[in-house]
Ligand binder design. Structure first.
Ligand code: AMP
Length: 363
């Protein structure tokens, strides 16, 4: 079986995972619970969070065609936990097995300009934006959009990396240099009331489920806390869900998609970015929902019916970044705290080491 649609795979089958971080790890754990095995493939797979819980690991480059073919032939379907896996890698793998989400989804999600164009073409709002390939482009964009902007690298930015804030008096050349002088996008700065995200899962048959909109609080550009559900008006939550479903459908996604949005003071929903994989703002689903976002991914790529998104409790998820993880003895002693650690040896600053979920009475 090759190409796009996942075959219906019975328990016992092996899922190939591109990317070896904590998202792959938690997907592999959800797969194992349902009786599936995981084979992880990544240049940095050795000893990785995902390899620690997988039946097999291949350490090889994204451009190693022979290793990719061997990997593809040794698994029953492939998925990914990192949306920046090169499109050519996925296209090559697709000659031998099903890979979802597919190259069309990745090419949109890897490039902020493509992503915003795609979303706007669906009639969905974003902050005003302009592509910028030079300091002059940045200056022109700021003149058009207004003095408060954010310049982001078009590709490979995450957790606030590859971003520069622009305000009154910022030298556009300095801002452009700050993101490394690469292709960028200038976005108008949104004074949001809050940030929300919606995670949807979609099967090869077009069936779709959505978790409730959650509220995300960031610290230093990194997700700090997720509150589930978001404390927003029901119409706002419904609009956020509609937007996420619409995007997943338009992408013809098979897998899981997270859409991050800003909510303005007057309740407008603006898309910030999306990720076609399990997302940090969905970790609470492991402890509070009938089926987690990771289980949904396993189900989608194995051609199984999607699971229930029913929320059995409200939840507050707090990330453990860098040395936060050293608080594990205290967190393990806290009744009701559900601690998840990712098996990373070194607690470097800014590194996601784990998270803790606290359940609250269902609203
Ligand atoms: P991103 O990597 O695009 O998700 O950006 C990381 C965080 O920076 C977001 O979650 C926001 O808190 C903030 N941010 C990004 N873009 C904007 C914007 N256009 N206006 C205001 N805040 C932003």
């Amino acid at each position: 079986m090759s190409g796009s649609l996942p075959p219906r795979l019975a328990p016992g089958a092996t899922i190939g995972m591109l990317g070896a971080g904590q998202l792959g790890r938690m997907t592999a754990m959800a797969a194992a619970r349902l009786g599936y095995q995981t084979h992880v493939y990544a240049p940095d797979a050795a000893g990785s969070p995902c390899a620690q819980v997988s039946a097999a690991a291949t350490v090889a480059g994204w451009d190693d065609l022979a290793a990719l073919e061997r990997f593809a032939r040794s698994v029953d379907a492939v998925t990914l936990e990192w949306e920046n896996v090169p499109v050519a890698t996925v296209e090559h793998l697709r000659r031998f097995t099903s890979v979802n989400p597919g190259p069309n989804v990745l090419s949109v999600a890897q490039d902020r300009v493509k992503e915003k164009s795609f979303v706007n073409a669906l009639g969905i709002a974003t902050a005003p934006w302009r592509a910028a390939k030079s300091a002059e482009d940045v200056a022109r964009a700021v003149a058009e959009i207004g003095p408060r902007c954010v310049l982001k690298s078009t590709r490979l930015g995450y957790d606030g990396k590859g971003q520069a804030r622009i305000g009154e008096g910022t030298d556009p050349a300095e801002a452009w240099a700050a993101i490394g002088g690469v292709d960028g996008i200038v976005e108008g700065f949104v004074t949001f009331a809050c940030e929300v995200s919606v995670i949807v899962a979609r099967g090869g048959d077009g069936a779709m489920v959505a978790y409730p909109a959650v509220e995300n609080r960031h610290k230093d550009g990194i997700l700090d806390v997720t509150l589930a559900p978001a404390r927003v008006a029901p119409e706002t939550a419904a609009e956020a869900e509609r937007v996420a479903r619409r995007i997943a459908e338009a992408l013809d996604l098979v897998g899981v998609l997270a859409v991050e949005m800003f909510v303005t003071a007057d309740g407008a929903v603006l898309v910030n970015e999306m990720a076609p994989r399990p997302h940090n703002s969905g970790h609470w689903t492991m402890d509070a929902c009938a089926a987690s976002q990771f289980e949904q991914l396993v189900r989608a790529v194995c051609g199984l019916p999607l699971g229930s998104v029913e929320r059995q409790a409200d939840a507050e998820m707090t990330n453990l970044i860098g040395e936060d993880a050293l608080r594990w003895p205290e967190l393990m002693a806290e009744p009701g705290a559900r601690l998840h650690l990712y098996g990373k040896a070194e607690a470097r600053p800014g590194r996601k080491m784990g998270h803790v979920t606290r359940l609250l009475p269902r609203t």
